[in-house]
Design a protein around this ligand. Structure first.
Ligand code: ADP
Length: 192
């Protein structure tokens, strides 16, 4: 199974992705995690990305496209993967199409976690409060607001992009974690 999880910051993509990894033996490809690792390791990409990430802005498309493309070539992706946090713009989605075609791979489904924005602010603030010393440098009110604005403007249009391709499935992300994951399981059965 090759899928994209779509949804704003705090929608629960990471939580659901982790469950899918455990249950279906898929690999989770989170561009946010990969970029945070690059920042921590102070690689050239990390040095370039840090200030943008801290401000809640997007890292340039070509940077993330490149890391995803390289990651997809690793053998553990052979059984399928979950893209989490990528693509985030229409040009990224177009680049993904092109690179999947080159690699002779097809997407099975795009699952959008649909959530209410007011509730998101609360969720992410709570996540920041609970993470103690491990707080992400972009989990503050300003950067979060910015991330939501960027999501609305640049990422939300991807739902229509994938709807037109017949790949979009929407799930109510406001439901309890277990309900969301059984909804996703139903989609897996349906998509096969
Ligand atoms: P969240 O979805 O909770 O905002 P992520 O962990 O997915 O957080 O991403 C954190 C930051 O990493 C983003 O705000 C952005 O700066 C950068 N980032 C992650 N994925 C991408 C992407 N596909 N394109 C551009 N920037 C990205």
């Amino acid at each position: 199974m090759r899928l994209i999880l779509l949804g704003p910051p705090g929608a629960g993509k990471g939580t659901q992705a982790q469950k899918l990894v455990d249950q279906h033996n898929l690999v989770q490809l989170s561009t946010g995690d990969m970029l945070r690792a690059a920042v921590k390791a102070e690689t050239p990409i990390g040095l370039r990305a840090k200030a943008l990430m801290d401000a809640g802005e997007l890292v340039p498309d070509e940077v993330v496209v490149q890391i995803v493309s390289e990651r997809l070539d690793e053998p553990d992706c052979g059984n399928g993967f979950i893209l989490d946090g990528f693509p985030r713009t229409v040009p990224q989605a177009e680049a993904l199409d092109a690179l999947l075609e080159r690699k002779r791979l097809q997407l099975d489904v795009v699952i959008e976690l649909v959530v209410d924005e007011d509730a998101l602010l609360d969720r992410v603030k709570k996540r920041a409060a609970e993470s103690g010393d491990n707080v992400r440098s972009d989990d503050n009110a300003d950067a979060l607001k910015k991330r939501l604005d960027v999501y609305r403007a640049q990422t939300a249009p991807l739902a229509q992009f994938y709807r037109e391709k017949g790949l979009l499935k929407q799930v109510n992300g406001m439901a309890a974690i277990e309900e969301v994951s059984s909804e996703i399981d139903r989609i897996f059965v349906e998509v096969g």
